[in-house]
Design a binder for this molecule. Sequence first.
Ligand SMILES: [Zn+2]
Length: 325
Amino acid sequence: MDPIRIELPTGWSMGSVNAYLFTHPEIILVDTGDKAEDAWEALVDGLAAHGVAPRDISRVVITHPHVDHFGSARRIIDESDATVWIFEQGAPWLLESSTLWEQRANYYRDHFLPRTGLPAETRQLIVAGNEQLRSMAVSVPEERIIPFRAGGELHMGGMGWQIIHTPGHASTQTVFYQPETRQLISADMLLAVVPVPIVEHPPAGRRDRDPALPQFMRSLAALEALEVDRVYPGHGRPFDDHRAVIARQRERIESRKAQCLELIREGKSTIPELLEIMYSHQPPVGRVTGLWMLVGYLDLLIDDGLVREEELDGVSRYYPVPDRP
Ligand SMILES: [Zn+2]
């Protein structure tokens, strides 16, 4: 059977989030929406339209541990015998996640944000935004979690769905691909618009973070190689022209990256300078998304060997790498 889309409200500007329901051979819900009451009511209504109640769910599958995708997982398992399936690398965010949130907040506050050279009030807004997300997280007891591995398969709707690890928007995100019916549950990896490459704290034992946008580009190439007839995204309506969507996004990213390089070649060397020009269409308080994108473009340019980063008085500066003679 095809995944049934249940659209759920979020309190955020991106609008709604999708959960996907399989009603047989067992009742499986892929992603849950956030934990707000209106999202829960919409979920209960959406399930009821297909003759299902939360207590009937036997499995909850999470694409990635962002609060708009797993926020109702706890309430579902409290009302049912369901287990929660998630990529093994993402499972810690559902277990005892306070250490992880703490690490992320500390990384933003003490390392990443000071180096951006952004004013203190902007930095505080970003730290506060992270705290707000943290307040929307829920925990799931370990005995109810079943971690899965990339490369394996999930059985949903009577078919086997390949589990593909696609870091970029989130380092622990997975998408699910059904090769016979050529369907792809794409989470926030493939949306109609470019997803935000969110800056994450470095993995345990490492000093540097993983550059998210370069990872996203590689994940995009992996999805482009798949034969897909229907994409079921984490936000927005399902669509079918996945290669056209990917081509458009790549073009958009390439042109913004080129603009960023041009500005650096003109002598703009700091994040506030670049942000001011590239995101002048957004009010300063709304430039967090812009910041994640800009950091992504810089990561790509550094990866390409076109730009180098130097720290001066604790602030990152970006300079063009001269073309070789
Ligand atoms: Zn999302």
